[in-house]
Design a binder for this molecule. Structure first.
Ligand SMILES: Nc1ncnc2c1ncn2[C@@H]1O[C@H](COP(=O)(O)OP(=O)(O)OP(=O)(O)O)[C@@H](O)[C@H]1O
Length: 640
């Protein structure tokens, strides 16, 4: 029987051996490597990687599963927006000013280090050495210090610049590579250098009005986008996990802020999630507690049904991809880790040899994004819904005297009118009171053409604000946005670690137990020997597999059959078909399963049918073993 994933994943991954396998099989490789190795190279290629053939195929297969799981199964509206973005859009979205990490400079070497990662890495290394006695000269840590370090690590995402500066000083944290003291942390903008968004969301927000129309005005609905994004990472040292250019798949789900129930909540409400909520983190806990989504939403651990629904769908996606459920947790953001406007945020974190890594972020961003873009452009990003019964409301209305405003404000008149139109009712009430009391209301506007003005006094001859009663037949609101965002490269790398193991009887033989649907190549076709009669049979079978839509490779090299299979176990090829002299006689072939190495024998057509059913997930290997004749007694390496 094929070993189950949990039996495969017993041990901690030896990263150097594991990454050597991935590089050997060209899952990925360092970008611009030959230039980096040349003597006159002065650039910086850290955090930049190229995917090779199996890496590309795996990435594409993950994207396919993602697209089916969300866009198709949830009727999402997919868009593909440009990456190059005008600076004004990024300024409005808050990325230029707020998207900052804290960074420390090593003044001697000139290196920049991300402050939270620096503290984390140094304390982890001290714990490792001080508790396990890894280095003879490192003192053992006392219980109080161990507890203190663990407490800091559990709250590491909770420190701001001052907090990190304090930790660095108090614990004498230095650049581990040079042992130099570092300068106090300063905020560093991850995107300033790139002028491209750190995600794919802005294009989705900016098209909100058109997408709502496309959905016949029906709420709630979601848009989705898959695209490259760029980050000016300070110290990209964690392989594929922290890169400067990566594929992001993002969903923006637009929902009524007063009703965040989800129509399909019952489909996921019974699922159990391993949750590490805010309270647990504050008390220094690192082991999650398991709760059903229903319990978590009802007890307000998760803010609302829609957010709970998406956490459930994220869990299902990750399991479908083959992520080990014992290496998955959902960690809630601390209050000061979230943007001020966010209501709640959870990260799906996967355990890797680099520690727990955020692979999916899932945030309720309230109405922030739509509101800021709407205010800046004057485009109403609102939903209008018919009320069951008309309602009387008192409403403030502001009118700008256009005849006077035009000559007085010239090219700024339109900006002022736009700012006025975007005011909400409480602001209009305040301005009306100001106008009555002082004869002038002060309007806040985006930067005017002189480059300095951001407030404009509007006297009574220019501005009137009146209150009138209206009969409302529709309700108008700006939707809240729930945003799950998936770092495809991080998922890919974590998945590879989760499915990696080596044969107990030969630790040098690595295997990647990728689910068949995800594997870059589904079948390796091998002629048993170099005999000239067998190779055409292998190509005939490959053609047959091709017609059935199954990706295969023929390996007719002179290497032993065991070696040829071993090479393909390393790229995760789930099945192998051997053609031999019996094939010449009766057309039968053997089918080998990667994890168990069990082989069955059947006719060509039967075997191609079985492979297709296995790849499509409509049949199990146990089912195939029950149907076809199991080959007994022969060990793979002895076959030649
Ligand atoms: N440098 C990176 N390399 C690869 N993937 C990344 C990187 N930064 C973010 N991601 C992915 O993009 C997703 C959304 O980005 P988000 O802004 O939420 O991450 P983040 O909080 O900046 O991540 P981190 O705290 O690890 O830097 C993350 O869940 C992650 O999967």
């Amino acid at each position: 029987m094929a070993p189950t994933l949990s039996t495969l994943n017993g041990d901690q991954v030896d990263r150097s051996v594991f990454e050597a396998v991935l590089k050997r099989r060209l899952f990925f490789t360092e970008a611009f490597e030959i230039y980096r190795l040349s003597p006159d190279y002065k650039g910086d290629n850290r955090g930049l990687f190229d995917y090779g053939p199996p890496g590309c195929a795996l990435l594409a297969n993950i994207v396919d599963v993602w697209r089916t799981h969300f866009v198709l199964e949830e009727n999402m509206l997919e868009v593909d927006c440009t990456v190059i973005t005008p600076a004004q859009v990024l300024k409005t979205s808050g990325h230029v000013d707020k998207f900052a990490d804290w960074m420390c400079k090593d003044p001697v070497k000139g290196d920049y280090l991300r402050a939270d990662h620096l503290v984390e890495n140094v304390l982890k290394a001290r714990l490792e050495r001080g508790t396990k006695g890894l280095l003879k000269d490192s003192p053992r840590l006392d219980e109080a210090t161990i507890a203190e370090y663990n407490g800091i690590l559990a709250r590491i995402d909770n420190y701001d610049g001052d907090g990190l500066a304090e930790l660095i000083k108090q614990h004498d944290i230095r650049n581990p590579e040079t042992n130099n003291e570092v300068l106090p942390p300063i905020p560093f903008n991850l995107i300033r250098a790139c002028l491209s968004p750190p995600g794919t969301a802005q294009g989705q927000f900016l098209n909100f009005k058109k997408l709502l129309d496309c959905n016949q005005g029906v709420m709630p609905f979601a848009s989705a986008s898959i695209g490259k994004c760029y980050r000016n990472e300070i110290s990209p040292r964690s392989g594929l996990l922290r890169v400067r250019e990566f594929l992001l798949a993002e969903i923006e789900h637009y929902v009524d802020p007063e009703n965040k129930q989800h129509e399909r909540f019952s489909e996921v409400s019974g699922l159990s999630l391993p949750l590490l909520d805010r309270e647990m983190q504050l008390s220094g806990k690192t082991t999650p507690r398991t709760m059903t989504i229903k319990q978590a939403v009802e007890s307000s651990v998760i803010d609302n049904e829609t957010l709970g629904y998406f956490l459930g769908r994220v869990l299902l996606l990750l399991l479908k991809l083959g992520i080990d459920p014992t290496k998955l947790r959902f960690r809630q953001h601390m209050a000061n880790e979230m943007a001020h406007y966010a209501r709640d945020c959870w990260d799906a974190e996967l355990l890797t040899s680099y520690g727990w890594i955020e692979c999916v972020g899932c945030a309720d961003r309230s109405a922030y994004d739509l509101t800021v873009h709407s205010k800046h452009t004057g485009t109403p990003f609102v939903v209008r819904e018919a009320l069951p019964e008309p309602v009387k409301v008192d409403e403030w209305q502001a009118t700008l005297n256009k005849k006077l405003a035009g000559p007085r404000f010239k090219q700024d008149a339109k900006t002022i009118q736009t700012a006025l139109s975007a005011l909400d009712q409480p602001t209009l009430a305040t301005l009306s009171a100001q106008l009555t009391a002082t004869g002038t209301a002060t309007l806040t506007v985006p930067l005017l053409s002189d480059g300095t003005t951001t407030t404009v006094p509007l006297p009574r001859d220019l501005l009137t604000i009146t209150k009138s009663t209206r009969l409302l037949t529709t309700r108008t609101y700006t939707p809240s946005v729930i945003e799950p965002s998936f770092g495809i490269g991080r998922i890919l790398y974590s998945l590879l670690e989760h499915v990696y193991w080596s044969r107990p009887d030969d630790p040098a033989r690595a295997v990647l137990s990728l689910p068949a649907a995800l594997a870059p190549t589904k079948v390796l076709v091998v002629p048993l020997s170099a005999n000239a009669q067998l190779t055409p049979l292998a190509h005939r079978l490959a053609a047959r597999l091709r017609r059935a839509g199954i990706a295969s490779n023929v390996d007719a090299s002179s290497a032993g059959i065991g070696k040829r299979y071993a090479r393909n176990d390393e790229v995760g090829t789930p099945f192998g078909v051997t053609v031999d002299f019996e094939t010449l006689r009766d057309g039968s072939v053997t089918l080998r399963e990667r994890d168990s190495m069990v082989q069955v024998r059947g006719g060509e057509e039967e075997v191609v049918g079985a492979v297709r059913a296995l790849v499509e997930g409509v049949e199990t290997w146990e089912g195939v073993m029950a149907r076809l004749k199991v080959v007994v007694g022969k060990k793979e390496d002895e076959e030649e």
